[in-house]
Write a protein that binds this ligand. Structure first.
Ligand code: CA
Length: 226
């Protein structure tokens, strides 16, 4: 799960980043409107946490840009106390939730989890796909009720596939989603192959189906109609 944190108070942005990293999220930071705008136009996120008052622009415009790009990201506004107009404007243009500063990081985390569940998995606490059951709160995966031990990257990859079932995912989008925006500095995405190979093997070893298809020259597809 990849999260963009748009916040110009550097100490707050970093404390959010540290907390969410410990919770297992991949985080990117933008301290300015310009940087946030660049990132939302180049990359995809599962969730964007956006402060409205930025030194060089309004976070509301970031929300507008996400909507214009038809982004699937969940959007949580974090803004100053008494900024009721910002809250109403933000929710009207498509933000999903709103937190008033100061807030507890555990509350932000709970809102993110519920938002991602609502958006990607129809609000369920468990993600179920045929013989696969995932409990995202504990990062547990079961195949036919047997626990599957995955690395963090394999787990994130499985979640990414399950939230994009039957869609072709390019190697670039998988790399970006799992390793973050700096991955575009690499000249090859071949390292993904090893992770996919291991994930497939572990699932098949537990008696699961081999859902992940290689789409030659493009990427991979989690095909649940096999
Ligand atoms: Ca601010």
């Amino acid at each position: 799960m990849k999260i963009l944190i748009v916040e110009d108070e550097i100490a707050l942005a970093e404390s959010i980043e540290n907390y969410l990293k410990q919770e297992g999220y991949l985080c990117e930071l933008a301290y300015t409107y310009a940087k946030a705008s660049e990132k939302v136009n180049l990359y995809k996120y599962d969730c964007v946490i956006v402060d409205i008052g930025l030194p060089d622009g309004s976070g509301l415009h970031i929300i507008k840009e996400l909507k214009k790009n038809k982004s699937n990201a969940g959007i949580i506004i974090i803004s100053a106390r008494n900024a009721l107009d910002d809250k109403i404007d933000g929710l009207e243009i498509g933000a999903d939730d709103y937190l008033t500063k100061p807030f507890h990081l555990s509350e932000l985390n709970a809102r993110i989890k519920s938002l991602i569940r609502r958006r990607s998995f129809n609000g369920s606490n468990e993600i179920i796909c045929n013989e696969i059951t995932i409990n995202p709160d504990n990062f547990e995966v079961f195949i036919n009720n047997q626990m599957l031990t995955l690395t963090k990257k394999e787990y994130d990859m499985l979640i990414f596939f399950l939230s994009n079932k039957n869609r072709v995912l390019t190697k670039e989008s998988i790399a970006e989603h799992l390793w973050g925006d700096n991955v575009d500095l690499l000249d090859s995405y071949d390292f993904i192959y090893t992770h996919i190979k291991n994930l497939r093997r572990k699932m098949v070893d537990k008696g699961g189906n081999d859902y992940i298809q290689t789409i030659y020259g493009t990427g991979y597809k989690f095909n649940i109609n096999i």
